[in-house]
Ligand binder design. Sequence first.
Ligand SMILES: [Zn+2]
Length: 561
Amino acid sequence: MTASAKPRVLVLGLDGATWILLDPLLAQNKLPTLGKLIQNGSRCALRSCIQPSSEQAWSAFATGKQNGKFGLYGFYQRSQNSYALEYINASHRRAATLWRILSDRNKKCVVVNVPLTWPVEPINGALVSGLMTPGLNSEFTYPPGVKNDLLRELGEYIIDVDIERGETETGSLGHLVARVRRMSELQTRAFEYLLDKNPDWDFAMLVHRAPDILCHKFWRYQDPTHPLYDEREAAQWGSVINDCFEYLDAYNARLLEKYAGENTTVIVLSDHGFGPLTHAVYLNLYFAQRGLLAYKEQSGSTLASALRAGVKRLNNPLIAAAKSKVFEMLPQLKSNLHYSMAYGNMDWSCTKAYAVGTMGNVYLNVRGREPQGSIETGDYETVRDEVIATMRELQDPETRRPIFDFVYRREEIYHGDALDEAPDVIGLIDGPYHIAAVDWRGVSASHNVVEKVGNQLLFVSDTSGQHRMDGILIAKGAGISLHRSITPSPHLIDLAPTILQLLGEPIPTDMDGHAVNGLIADKRMVDYAPAVKFENAMDGAYSDAEQKEIEERLAGLGYLG
Ligand SMILES: [Zn+2]
């Protein structure tokens, strides 16, 4: 087959995009590229994975499997036999990516800026890693030489934008907006450069991270119903998110024009949707109030109270500039800050359950499994039922709406070799709530569990947007049905098998997703291939300096509790 006649799939990711924001822009004809794709193809909602967080969601996309097989449950997870948390990266993923599978079948892949692709894996083609890459000093490309080629060709490169430093005062919000746009432009050009260098590509994928970053930060300025909405600020910053979708549409137009030939299927998708974030929920405080978790006596010598004292000397609310002053004052505490604040003051012997992360993952404290486990193995199910019932009772005090849309036992939603590492209970939030593990107010039973944003000292910077389960999917081109309504909505894990089928490739039997029949016009029989045995041999240890960079970046996005 000649390069132009073979089937190809071009995937453009819009991290965090939602129809709620795109539909009004489409109606005003402000996104002509997406509009044309929809007109000549199909569109639908795309359900994210649980939890709908970028690192898990893009892994679900990449592997076609649910978390119990790819083994990731958050940006940081518990180290074995310890309460300590470690940051994750691609070396922790326990399933093969689509580009790994395709490379092994001699298909050529170009992959740019997909979250959680560092450390880079050798593929047939080229890869530039995305979110969770420590920085420009690391090896962030495959082949390694691509890094210097890109820097020479583009003059500079941006993997991710450091929000913590960019959002301290109103003046530098503009700097943040400009940096995010520059990042998107550089990544688009990197993608073009690599596609030109690999003209015989079969699968190509670029993820634009800009919508996710900007929706976290700027939601409040464009949503008059948001509690922090202010007309004057809205006049200045209210169009930032829409502007971003418009410039990405122009970048994508360029890519489609150059690279989407007759035999190319174009897929545009997001890993989750977005909506307002209006309340922080102190789940561990709630557990303490309900007798499921205990704190030690407050002591002036603990890291947490030392930090709190430092913070109190600074201005409230805790803005990023103040935070960095705290870190200057107490640099030796920085690396362990998050863990110490969240868990340094726990009385494990009296703790049955505790929350980790920002979304509702809860671990039980089991004797023989946790270092200071308090629950006898025989009591596990009874305690788990109690925790689940307690979580289901948690409400927004104003609306009386439950905080969690669903509360699951882990085996209800996950299966596979990595099930044992999953949180014991998973609370799914598809509303405006953010779980805050770190409580800067200090520990007190009289504090509110559910606090409106802006009312409290959040460790996280002032994020005002939060992920939702419903993302977007558009497909157009070779093999795609026209204007099909696809119900029920497909899931992220369905994309890898769909792409394999579009490429005429057999689908490994251990993928959990299914090719989306409604999308595919050409009803060839689906071929299956044996499961791919995958050993992750990557060395993904972060140095202390790299870990610090990663931590700051995640804190800026609100991904640290
Ligand atoms: Zn995302």
